[in-house]
Design a protein around this ligand. Structure first.
Ligand code: BGC
Length: 256
């Protein structure tokens, strides 16, 4: 392990790519160009750890002995992945944090991808300074959600799996479903309307933030929604997971 102090890294483990960057926490921005490597076909913890190792090495000049935050598309409690809707099932109940710490030689914080994005939007983006309850949703392969109450993350909310019209909500309203079923924006917006009105009737949030890659096209669908809750696009787009993961890793490191 290096003894240089440096910048925390954020690593985003997704279904098709594993991406990482060092993060300048004073700005909430990448401090160097993001590095991306394809997710291995079988995304087991060991195979993913090998790719993360390459990404960490790529940033050898800036990382020092700083902590690394890693996002996964599943529930994480106490460093253990507990659900695997869109990742290899061998992550389930696997104690990943110690394995990654040993392999990478850094302090590791493992976090749900949507929770990391929520933390980034809270500190640097669309939810900054928002009082009360914020729900961040990421629309992608699945639907990820983060609940933040008065600036505190309530982790692992998993509201993409609410039941909607007899279906798992993400199987109706994720942006991947829009693509698979060839839905137009107005057709997809009808599904989002059902989803977000269900969400606001259950939780009465003060703000809904819409993230995920498709949020850059927000003008095509957000104006079609009729909700009582203010709904806005995420500001950090697909950088949010990496920035939030690095933020959480540094915060954890500083408090231990
Ligand atoms: C998973 C969540 C994840 C979301 C977005 C869902 O299928 O259950 O944990 O945040 O996809 O990746």
């Amino acid at each position: 392990m290096s003894t240089k102090t440096g910048l925390p890294l954020g690593i985003d483990v997704g279904g098709s790519g594993i991406k990482g960057a060092p993060v300048d926490l004073s700005k909430g921005a990448f401090a160097a160009k993001r590095k991306r490597i394809d997710t291995p076909e079988r995304s087991t913890p060991e195979a993913v750890a090998d790719v993360i190792d390459q990404i960490v090495d790529h940033f050898d000049d800036v990382r020092g002995d700083s902590p690394i935050g890693i996002t996964v598309p599943g529930v994480v409690t106490h460093g253990v992945v507990r659900s695997a809707a869109n990742i290899d099932k061998s992550w389930l109940d696997f104690d990943a944090e110690p394995m990654l710490e040993k392999k990478l030689g850094h302090d590791i914080v493992l976090v749900n991808d949507a929770d990391a994005a929520g933390v980034a939007e809270l500190h640097y983006g669309a939810a900054k300074g928002q009082k009360g309850l914020v729900i961040l949703t990421t629309l992608g392969t699945g639907i990820g959600t983060a609940l933040i109450h008065n600036g505190t993350l309530i982790p692992n909310s998993e509201l993409g799996h609410l039941e909607l019209d007899g279906f798992d909500a993400e199987k109706r309203a994720a942006s991947s479903i829009k693509d698979v079923e060839g839905l137009s924006y107005p057709e997809w917006a009808k599904r989002l309307q059902r989803y977000y009105s269900h969400l606001e009737n259950l939780l009465w949030p003060d703000l809904i933030v819409v993230g995920g890659g498709v949020s850059k096209d927000h003008e095509e669908f957000l104006p079609l929604l009729d909700l009582r809750t203010k709904i806005v696009p995420a500001v950090l787009e697909n950088k949010a997971g990496i920035i939030g993961a690095a933020h959480l890793a540094q915060e954890y490191h500083d408090s231990h």
